[in-house]
Design a protein around this ligand. Structure first.
Ligand SMILES: *[C@@H]1O[C@H](CO)[C@@H](O)[C@H](O)[C@H]1NC(C)=O
Ligand SMILES: *[C@@H]1O[C@H](CO)[C@@H](O)[C@H](O)[C@H]1NC(C)=O
Ligand SMILES: *[C@@H]1O[C@H](CO)[C@@H](O)[C@H](O)[C@H]1NC(C)=O
Ligand SMILES: *[C@@H]1O[C@H](CO)[C@@H](O)[C@H](O)[C@H]1NC(C)=O
Ligand SMILES: *[C@@H]1O[C@H](CO)[C@@H](O)[C@H](O)[C@H]1NC(C)=O
Ligand SMILES: [Zn+2]
Length: 396
């Protein structure tokens, strides 16, 4: 009897105190990433749920860690948000800081009030690597500290995944890749409200649109291409930029390093097409076709910096990653009901160019700002931009 009690209490202590070590500041290959995610799920079973949204061409799982007070189930009116990293396999910093962000969230739950209230009111989904094949290729073909060649950018069939989505402005005839398809299906399964996609090669928060009508014909002619909810997008981009250690300065990158000669990106943000237009990008797709407000974050000048710099990159982004997700609560939300007060699924709410479809439960979310960072509008688009600064190596 005594023995049984002792055993039981051991088990209970084990369940409560199943703490894991913080991840190290090193690059995690696919096996190590998988092991880390499984470790998190095992150590924090009440607030995490690990699932795969599909496989890369070379059969690697596209793992998503869902984190929240209800990790397995959607709670009515509680918004779903996401981060996606490493879409370009050679842009490795986003991948590693998302690993640290996952640990930050799970280890802070119940101890840090900001984290606890976020996870009690929001479900966070994190796809650490959208292009695991590209990452393996990049880290095999390049050495740490090689900032700017494109090895590993593409998926295993040579497609640029941030040019691979159906495009709102122009026809995109690229064959849709399994990694892209997995995202498109994922967007059907959950109504994501807010999202960011982490890249490298610059330090800036880039907001829609990335393209405009006939941009390809005009051969990469930069042009400001705002959506009808531009004020909200600017607020989201500015929120990240201001909470980041240096992004707000807006300095450009040159040969993998910050080049502080001019405030190149005003406030550390840019409209996508004003920087340079691209066709088939993920952020425009999220917004137009999936009702999710997504921005693109460029989080490091060097795409594959020395692992010894990763802790610094994490510290630069830590606050911003949290502040950004909190913005999902700035608007309003509710149910669309019929005359008898019954929820209507699949109702279309028009918001300028895009329509938001109510969920199966009749829910909708709408982000809103009253004043936002309006002052930035005053000093905007007249600043000239020199696309050739980092010739041949694009960020987003
Ligand atoms: C998970 O939740 C259960 C039930 O609320 C609780 O008994 C258990 O201690 C929790 N486990 C951890 C690891 O927090
Ligand atoms: C809880 O938060 C405090 C203050 O931020 C920190 O010093 C402490 O290590 C945290 N405890 C755990 C178990 O994470
Ligand atoms: C978060 O939710 C948990 C579980 O429902 C609850 O015990 C805790 O008090 C909540 N904390 C906050 C800050 O809302
Ligand atoms: C690896 O990258 C090289 C250079 O970009 C490319 O030619 C090759 O097809 C890639 N291989 C795989 C398996 O991704
Ligand atoms: C785009 O190009 C087509 C065909 O050349 C033309 O008819 C159309 O007016 C253009 N649209 C815009 C907005 O430039
Ligand atoms: Zn990129």
């Amino acid at each position: 009897m005594v023995k049984l009690t002792t055993l039981l209490s051991l088990v209970i202590i084990g369940a409560v105190a199943a703490e894991m070590d913080a991840p190290k500041f090193v690059y995690h290959n696919h096996c190590q990433l998988t092991a880390f995610l499984k470790d998190v799920e095992q150590s924090y079973p009440n607030i995490t749920h690990l699932y795969s949204i599909g496989k890369s061409i070379q059969d690697r799982d596209l793992w998503v860690m869902a984190i929240g007070e209800s990790p397995r189930e959607h709670i009515p009116l509680r918004p779903e948000v996401k981060y996606v990293g490493n879409m370009h396999g050679d842009e490795t910093v986003g991948r590693e800081i998302l690993i640290h962000f996952i640990y930050h969230l799970v280890s802070g739950y119940g101890n840090n009030t900001e984290i606890t209230s976020l996870l009690n009111s929001t479900r966070v989904h994190i796809l650490v690597s959208m292009n695991p094949d590209g990452f393996e290729n990049a880290t095999r073909l390049k050495q740490e500290g090689q900032c700017n060649n494109d090895r590993g950018r593409y998926n295993a069939k040579g497609f640029d995944l941030n040019r691979n989505f159906p495009d709102y402005f122009e026809e995109n005839d690229k064959e849709i890749q399994p990694e892209t398809r997995a995202i498109m299906d994922w967007l059907q399964q959950h109504q994501f409200v807010l999202s960011a996609n982490l890249h490298g090669g610059s330090i800036v928060a880039n907001y829609p649109y990335d393209n405009y009508k006939n941009a390809s014909k005009l051969n990469l002619h930069s042009k400001y291409s705002p959506s009808d909810e531009n004020r909200v997008f600017r607020h989201l981009a500015m929120t990240y930029s201001l909470a980041h250690a240096t992004m707000f300065q807006g300095y450009p990158c040159f040969r993998g390093k910050v080049h502080p000669h001019t405030h190149y990106f005003v406030g550390g943000t840019t409209n996508g097409a004003e920087w340079y237009p691209l066709k088939g990008g993920m952020q425009d797709y999220n917004y137009i076709y999936a009702g999710c407000m997504e921005i693109t974050l460029e989080v490091s000048c060097c795409k594959y910096p020395l692992a010894s710099t990763l802790e610094g990159h994490w510290n630069d982004n830590r606050k911003a990653l949290l502040k950004f997700l909190q913005q999902v609560h700035i608007g309003f939300k509710g149910y669309i009901l019929d005359a008898n007060g019954k929820p209507i699924a699949g109702a279309k709410l028009f918001m300028g160019d895009r329509s938001v479809t109510s969920t199966a439960l009749g829910e909708y979310w709408k982000l809103r700002v009253s004043t936002g960072y309006g002052f930035i509008d005053l000093i905007d688009a007249s600043v000239s931009k020199f696309l050739s600064l980092d010739s041949g190596t694009y960020g987003h």
